[in-house]
Design a protein around this ligand. Structure first.
Ligand SMILES: O=C(CO)[C@@H](O)[C@H](O)[C@H](O)[C@H](O)COP(=O)(O)O
Ligand SMILES: [Zn+2]
Length: 191
């Protein structure tokens, strides 16, 4: 394929995926309300994922703790993907499947909302952490691709980006994340 065709093909697939997000408006609105309720009751928002979804987790926690656009108080949110000492010790001593679950056990309360980001919906370390969060009584949310995977069966709610391609799914996830930031900003700033 010509290089320009590869570029156009990626842009076109991205556009198709993003265009289909209109169907998710009610679910995005529902998740925004769940996040606002979590923060109002003194809970925090925890994020996890692997690879690009680890980067998304960190990106989202930074938007909450720092700021998105508007000036507002810092909002409690933690990416479970960042502490290399925890990740390597838990990975080394218990196995990679437990790197997020152990942090959930240590940090999560029933007031919290836990977001597991997995394009396949089947990453074992994310699944184990969601199981741990459910055992604690926290609210659980999955961001997946269109297949939803096992995460879709486990979580209280799932946002399934309408694509089977990891990169396109990730691109939809970060748009959804930014929309959520805007809604949470609006709820935490005076008119
Ligand atoms: O960013 C990408 C691909 O775009 C990769 O790093 C990707 O996130 C990794 O392969 C992940 O391990 C995939 O895991 P998951 O989304 O299926 O849970
Ligand atoms: Zn990627």
């Amino acid at each position: 394929m010509l290089i320009a065709d590869t570029i156009r093909s990626a842009i076109s697939a991205h556009r198709d995926t993003i265009a289909q997000l209109d169907a998710l408006v009610p679910e995005i609105e529902r998740l925004a309300k769940m996040m606002m309720e979590t923060l109002e009751r003194g809970g925090k928002i925890l994020w996890m994922g692997n690879g690009g979804s680890a980067a998304d987790s960190q990106h989202m926690a930074a938007e909450f703790v720092g700021r998105y656009v508007k000036e507002r108080r810092g909002l409690p949110s933690i990416a479970l993907t960042t502490d290399t000492s925890i990740l390597t010790s838990v990975g080394n001593d218990y196995g990679y499947d437990y790197v997020f679950a152990r942090q959930i056990e240590a940090l999560c309360t029933e007031k919290d909302l836990v977001v597991g980001i997995s394009t396949s919906g089947n990453s074992p370390n994310v699944l184990r952490a969601i199981e741990a969060a459910k055992a604690i009584g926290a609210t659980t949310v999955g961001w997946t691709g269109e297949g939803k995977g096992k995460l879709g069966e486990l979580c209280d709610m799932t946002l399934a980006a309408p694509s089977k391609v990891t990169a396109r799914i990730q691109e939809a996830h970060i748009l959804i994340g930014h929309i959520l930031c805007e809604l949470v900003d609006d709820a935490n700033t005076p008119d």
